[in-house]
Design a protein around this ligand. Structure first.
Ligand code: FES
Ligand code: FES
Length: 195
């Protein structure tokens, strides 16, 4: 048994666990953070993705001890950290996934959202190809990916001030925040690099 000292979602935590346990096991079965999903448990599906020092990391194949002294962010921390940084509501990535209907069963979402967040932090206005590559390790069995890519594009477009207005038939107050995803019925905007 080893006592691990971790920094998770901005909090210093201690957890006693067998030395060989993965970060996913410690998060789920010691800290009760079950948002990170145990899918394949062998590095194939991305459902267990967390951020370690800002980088998407497969927690099912990462020994927990390797995360000591580093900053771990799980899906549970996304909105609180956004608000702590001065934002309101959910993180913009969460909001965009909601507005674009980019989820069905939700099993892939924690990993998908954190991979998208890491990309947008690193590349504020990614091309569609960059989005595809950044999310390539996150498998979704439900959505077909189109609305997931649109959600990431929506965050980038709104940040750049080029997102079209919400559809006129939908009142802004009907949506959780910011109105309906404006790309759902139209064409996905192309960034200059893709034209
Ligand atoms: S559960 Fe970690 S990659 Fe599938
Ligand atoms: S929404 Fe079901 S696996 Fe992605």
């Amino acid at each position: 048994m080893k006592v691990l000292r971790l920094r998770v979602n901005g909090d210093e935590v201690e957890a006693a666990a067998p030395a060989h346990w993965t970060l996913l096991e410690v998060l789920r079965y010691r800290l009760g953070l079950t948002g990170s999903k145990q899918g394949c448990d062998k590095g194939d599906c991305g459902a267990c993705t967390v951020l370690v020092d800002g980088a998407p990391t497969l927690s099912c194949i990462t020994v927990a001890a390797l995360a000591e002294g580093r900053e771990v962010v799980t899906i549970e921390g996304l909105m609180p950290l956004h608000r702590k940084a001065g934002g309101s509501g959910p993180d913009p990535v969460q909001d965009a996934f909601d507005r674009c209907g980019a989820l069905q069963c939700g099993f892939c979402q924690p990993g998908m959202l954190l991979s998208a967040k890491a990309l947008l932090d690193r590349v504020p206005d990614p091309t569609l190809q960059q989005i595809r590559e950044a999310l390539a390790g996150n498998l979704c069995r439900c959505t077909g990916y189109t609305q997931i890519f649109q959600a990431v594009q929506l965050v980038a477009a709104e940040r750049a001030g080029r997102a079209p207005e919400p559809q006129s038939w939908r009142r802004a107050g009907d949506a959780p925040s910011g109105g309906e995803c404006p790309f759902r019925e139209g064409t996905v905007p192309q960034t200059p690099a893709e034209v």
